[in-house]
Write a protein that binds this ligand. Structure first.
Ligand SMILES: [Ca+2]
Length: 308
């Protein structure tokens, strides 16, 4: 009798272990009930005893991302959905024993308001190209060195590194939906690190020939004289000089009705009501390295808003 009591706990533990190989998935971002703007990171965590075979993300019951390994992380460009709409996000997983689990559903509201575009480069998997955010490559530069990087950031953990060479400018852009827009303002942060022999241009890209292009309604950090110039219809050379290794805030306001632009560097006005190129040339917002430069340029915290 005494011996049987001693053996019982062993039996209970053995039986419980047979049926317990947990598989559990949860959405860790975004947060349920929150408003979201710009490019949003969707992330999930899985608790599993067996190897995870698959993780799928669903947005409003449509499959939007499929993973067979970590990280379970996808970037969602909310500008492709109407503003002020609610959306459901959940994830499903299965392991190699064909056990399955479904996460709780997260519901978020898109609140882009006057934003035409915004990207802080935090939603992407490190060392990947930010295509899910709507970015497209225009000129290749050093393609293998151009990606979302953790080396430096104006805010958060990551920024977008563009790498240009002597022979190949690196240019990337985002096509904006400007229906109904008569004026806009864009802001971004730019850093050219110490040791980079490069400059940068940001503004609106125009292709002038199959293999040439230019930037209008923008700002240029020239590596030859380390001065900042403004690119309206014609260039305007400011007295503002820039240094390697620092983040600069660039802000440009465009009034298409009056065809003028104003620009600020670190909140100091460098030009006011300068003649600007027409809106018909401004469909693609772009960031670029400088022609004949060599090295990286970092970009972070871009926001483009309509002015009503
Ligand atoms: Ca960032």
């Amino acid at each position: 009798m005494k011996r049987a009591v001693l053996f019982l706990p062993w039996l209970i533990i053995f039986v419980a272990d047979c049926g317990s190989h947990p598989l559990k998935i949860a959405i860790t971002a975004p947060v349920n009930g929150n408003e979201v703007t710009g490019v949003v990171g969707i992330r999930a965590e899985v608790e599993a005893e067996y190897e995870v075979r698959v993780v799928n993300f669903y947005l409003d019951d449509s499959l939007i991302a499929h993973f067979d390994h970590e990280p379970y992380s996808a970037a969602w460009n909310t500008f492709r959905w109407p503003d002020c709409t609610a959306h459901k996000i959940y994830a499903r997983t299965a392991d190699i024993a064909d056990q399955e689990d479904v996460s709780d559903t997260v519901t978020v509201m898109i609140a882009n308001d006057d934003l035409l575009f915004r990207d802080d480069f935090e939603a992407y998997v490190t060392a990947t190209y930010p295509a899910p955010g709507g970015w497209l490559n225009i000129w290749p530069g050093v393609a293998e060195s151009t990606y979302v990087d953790t080396l430096t950031a104006h805010a958060g953990a990551t920024s977008f590194k563009l790498f240009g060479s002597f022979h190949y400018v690196r240019t990337d852009g985002v096509v904006l939906d400007q229906s109904g827009v008569v004026a806009l303002v864009y802001e971004l942060y730019i850093k050219i690190p110490t040791g980079s022999y490069n400059g940068t241009l940001t503004g609106f890209f125009i292709k002038t020939a199959p293999d040439t292009g230019t930037i209008v309604n923008g700002v240029m950090f020239d590596f030859n004289d380390h001065r900042i110039s403004v690119c309206g219809i014609d260039p305007y050379f400011t007295d503002y000089s820039w240094q390697n290794g620092l983040w600069y805030k660039v802000r440009v306001a465009l009034d298409f009705q009056n065809s003028v632009m104003s620009a600020w560097i670190n909140d100091s006005a460098v030009v006011v009501n300068y003649p600007a190129a027409p809106q018909s040339l401004c469909d693609t917002f772009a960031v670029s390295t400088e022609y004949l430069g060599l090295g990286p340029v970092f970009i972070d915290d871009i926001a483009i808003r309509r002015i009503r």
